[in-house]
Ligand binder design. Structure first.
Ligand code: UP6
Length: 279
């Protein structure tokens, strides 16, 4: 799978699925960059997204950290997505029984399923979590990622647990791939009688200027992630919007720096992908 071009892989996914739309966007924009916008004010979230929008295929949110959330934020985010051709990934990390996650996905303040093309879940509760999310998301053409591995030090998501995630993904077409640090789908043979399937690997813990954050996060470069580990999409947060957190930087300068970093990571991610194809 890692040796194939993104355009060739798009066909493996249902025509109306978010996974296929994501691959098509990656090809159109020549970008495998997902920006993770972990800021707590709606205005900052929109400013970061606007600053990097031309360079990203996907915008990842933690909508529950936005202190001044309103439905208007979603409207504006969707308008940016339309205008600049990217998809939206709410990094909700669902982790409850099927019935509860159905409600958390569809309802509450955030109504995630109504606007987020892609979301993710832990498999800790068992496969019922996938059924619960699929009941809501599948009719809307949404796609789900399972957290097969994590970037943080000491993660328990490894080995047999990660392979169990791959098995669950084969059993549920709503799952389009994984949050993982390498091609976990290559560690587990497809079920008897089933062909090997295409899965997307989206990878956080990506940074060009630091190796960690002192709180368990571990960074690797786009080249290590995409070329050497065969992952498909790099997820970058503070490496891109970090300037906005610095004291004493004028806002306009900070926003210009966010754009610059967005371009830098987009280029690094795409170069790593082309190096992988060439290898
Ligand atoms: N994230 C990880 N590691 C995982 C899964 N998710 O870092 O295994 C998420 C974090 C954060 C982003 O919740 O939103 O990816 C990484 O941000 P950073 O680039 O600023 O470290």
């Amino acid at each position: 799978v890692a040796a194939l071009r993104y355009e060739a892989r798009a066909e493996a996914y249902a025509p109306a699925s978010a996974a296929r739309a994501l691959l098509a966007t990656m090809v159109r924009k020549r970008s495998n960059l997902c920006v993770s916008v972990d800021v707590t004010r709606a205005a900052d979230l929109l400013a970061v997204v606007a600053a990097v929008a031309p360079h990203v295929c996907l915008v990842k949110t933690h909508i529950d950290i936005v202190s001044d959330f309103s439905d208007d934020l979603v409207v504006q985010l969707q308008a940016l997505a339309q205008q600049h051709d990217f998809l939206i990934f709410e990094d909700r990390k669902f982790a409850d029984i099927g019935n509860t996650v159905s409600l958390q996905y569809a309802a509450g303040v955030h109504k995630i399923a109504s606007w987020s093309h892609i979301t993710n879940a832990h498999l800790v509760p068992g496969p019922g979590i996938i059924d619960g999310l699929a009941a809501v998301g599948e009719p809307l053409g949404r796609s789900l990622l399972l957290l097969a591995e994590m970037s943080s030090a000491g993660t328990l998501a490894r080995g047999e647990y990660s392979r169990e995630c791959v098995r669950a993904a084969y059993a549920h077409p709503f799952v389009c791939g994984f949050i993982a640090m390498h091609r976990v789908d290559d560690d587990e043979a497809p079920p008897a009688g089933q062909a090997k399937k295409d899965f997307l690997i989206l990878t956080p813990g990506v940074g060009l200027d630091s190796t960690g954050d002192g709180r368990g996060q571990q960074y690797r470069t786009p080249d290590e992630v995409v070329r050497a580990s065969g992952c498909d999409v790099i997820i970058v947060g503070r490496g891109i919007y970090g300037a906005l957190l610095k004291e004493g930087v004028a806002r306009a300068d900070a926003i210009a720096e966010v754009t610059r970093q967005g371009e830098r990571y987009r280029d690094a991610g795409w170069q790593a992908y082309e190096a992988r194809l060439g290898a």
